[in-house]
Design a protein around this ligand. Structure first.
Ligand SMILES: Cc1cc2nc3c(=O)[nH]c(=O)nc-3n(C[C@H](O)[C@H](O)[C@H](O)COP(=O)(O)O)c2cc1C
Length: 207
């Protein structure tokens, strides 16, 4: 059964790229989604290290509204502890339409690839795979080891979309926010939305 309100799980883990996480959360909220948000300990650290204390998870909604405008109030989110294995999203009975892990650390990638369910991020991802729901994984690491590459293959074989944090440059980005828009747009497309965060490719670079 599909959720009446579009409800998605968003996980933020401790890989570099906090700006991708906040842009994705804001874009889903602008679409009127209700989110189940879970942030790992290192994800919490990343938000503050890369975006400042004002982006701390406890202050996330005001931060998003300040940065992206009042449109984020079209949606909302419930914040879950990564230690709460009894949270709603630990069960396949939760009516969600899919999940994104953005950014996804190599540790969390390994946990998902091997079905470890050591915390709520990994368990919720495992639920998506077993329920055959969309799971978008946004890994960030470079270079990559063979185990890391194999873990991405395992996730893809299990049905996840592996969408590396690899922004493109053909849309001539001018700011970091342009790069974040591109990646968040890719994530929304992978989740089935008609996104408008970056322009469609027209066949040539538009100057
Ligand atoms: C500032 C900072 C940047 C990091 N960047 C990455 C990264 O880009 N990719 C990655 O896989 N791990 C990165 N790490 C390491 C992870 O945060 C670490 O492996 C952590 O245990 C991941 O746990 P989590 O997946 O539960 O968040 C970074 C850590 C810090 C403190």
């Amino acid at each position: 059964m599909r959720a009446r309100v579009p409800r998605y799980v968003v996980a933020i883990t401790g890989a570099s790229g906090a700006v991708y996480a906040v842009r994705t959360v804001a874009a889903l909220l602008e679409q009127g989604c209700e989110l189940d948000l879970v942030v790992s300990d290192y994800g919490r650290r990343l938000l503050r290290d890369e975006l400042g204390d004002e982006a701390a998870v406890e202050r996330l909604m005001p931060y998003l509204e300040e940065k992206y405008g009042a449109g984020v109030r079209r949606g909302g989110f419930d914040l879950h502890s990564n230690r709460d294995m009894g949270a709603t999203i630990a069960s396949g009975s939760r009516l969600t339409r899919g999940m994104v892990i953005v950014p996804c650390s190599m540790k969390s990638l390994a946990g998902v690839a091997n079905g470890l369910s050591r915390n709520l991020v990994e368990r919720a991802a495992d639920v998506m795979l077993k329920e055959r729901k969309p799971l978008v994984i946004v890994p960030r690491e470079t270079p990559m080891s063979l185990p890391q590459l194999r873990n991405m293959v395992s996730c893809a074989e299990a049905g996840a979309v592996v969408l590396p944090a690899m922004p493109a440059f053909y849309q001539l980005p001018k700011t970091l926010d342009d790069l974040a828009d591109f990646l968040a747009g890719k994530i929304l497309s992978a989740l089935g939305f008609d996104q408008t965060l970056y322009p469609d490719w027209t066949g040539r670079v538009e100057r």
